[in-house]
Design a binder for this molecule. Sequence first.
Ligand code: AMP
Ligand code: ZN
Length: 511
Amino acid sequence: MELRFYNTLTNSTEVFQPVDSDCVRMYSCGPTVYDFAHIGNFRSFLFADVIRRTLEFFGHKVHHVMNITDVGHMTDDAAADGAGEDKMQAAARRMKEDKKSGKVPEGAVQNPDDPYQIAKYYTDAFLADARTLGVKVAFEYPENILHATANIDSMLEMIGQLIQNGHAYVGPDKVVYYSVESFPAYGKLSGNTLDQLMTGASRRISDENQANKRHPADFMLWKPDSTHIMKWDSPWGAGYPGWHIECSCMARKRLGRDVIDIHTGGEDLIFPHHECEIAQTCGATGQETFSRFWMHARFLLVEGEKMSKSKGNFYTVRDVLQGRVKDDKGQPTGIHVHPSVLRLELIKSHYRGNMNFTQKGLVDSAGAVKRLSDFRAKLEAATGGKAEPVDLSYPILNEFASALADDLNVAGALGAILPWAASNPSDPAKALGALNRINEVLAVAPLHPASEDSGAGSGEAAEIQALCKELDDARKRKDFAAADNLRGQIQKRGYDVKTSPNGTVAEKRLA
Ligand code: AMP
Ligand code: ZN
């Protein structure tokens, strides 16, 4: 079966073939760790995870790497290089407030003025959330998660190479700039031309450093700045790297190739970030291509607007799992959600369309996860857990594979498997074999979602058990008001309250 992906570089859907048949080399732009990643960010990371798992489903070995942007870039970098406030500095200010208000636990970040401690706090949170949602790259080799601050040497090397190759220059302000005019393909990915960029089609024209640049679209590779919160020595003075260079360097270094197979990110990275990555890598390697496929996820929206840190309209993974999603009246629902439900919610609609995050969508996803996990439990029970391997000739697996091979049509795949999961297959061992393979890609059919940790934090199970015991005690002493109150408390935390021969038991609701 041919795998076809939409390639932003060519604006068309193409048959995917890796450069080297032995392994697919794939790079994903990761998070900026000056705050918690929100679920919009996770839409992009899960999109990359589904690509990777799909490739594996089709028999490819995949080397997938992701970066962590822990250098403090500037708040206005997208419009003007090096302008605005350093994001790490802003994070330090916020961290002090969050420590005072108790939002960040005392002792979690000893010194909020140390950007490395802030970066570590949010990196750990990101990796924990990514693991909770089943993002594979976060739980394999740590070497595949690359920290920008640990790779400054290779950035300096690539900048030196770009100067040597005539693609970069030191401006009158001592900043090292990439010369976009030296790279005729600049603009190919995003559909920009240098003329458009020159005449004001881009916000970058507002760049305050214009007078120091040969062309307004030239972008910063290194900025000497002895006052910057994070700085390193360099042949161009102590300072910090530009926003784009880390990905060019780390992709090449870790994947070990000048030309890779797939590069992913959210749609906002097409320009300028990925356009600049291509110019840098090709400028340094002399190759015509950096990545064969460029794949981008459209934004997750909240009420029609992009979910973003700067707008403040975002939910973190923890917000969703712990019931802090707001209802129509702006009140937290208090409904705890299993991680598989959030994972499904974020992958179920096509990545090339915007997706609106709603409570209703979450409830629908909860229903789908429940159906899939009940089906799995039923097949496990019928077969004693002995699945029979099946290949793509097995009808449902064939439908599933065809949908995914068609530019990752997860919605189409679900359209086939959800009705199947409501059926009673006559060959449960084969059906279980198929479901296991499907779940290797989607990872949304947990075996016992009611008893699994929802990521809501340690001690929750013990607390709920204690409440059940209190409820039993209240019943025994016929204090029905107290019993009702306790039942309400347990339900509010996302559990159904049931009576068993051994007393009250609470079962986690999927939504
Ligand atoms: P950042 O941490 O801001 O650098 O973003 C990390 C990744 O999330 C990038 O690939 C962004 O393109 C992506 N991203 C940011 N906001 C959204 C959103 N609302 N929906 C989907 N992806 C997003
Ligand atoms: Zn990047």
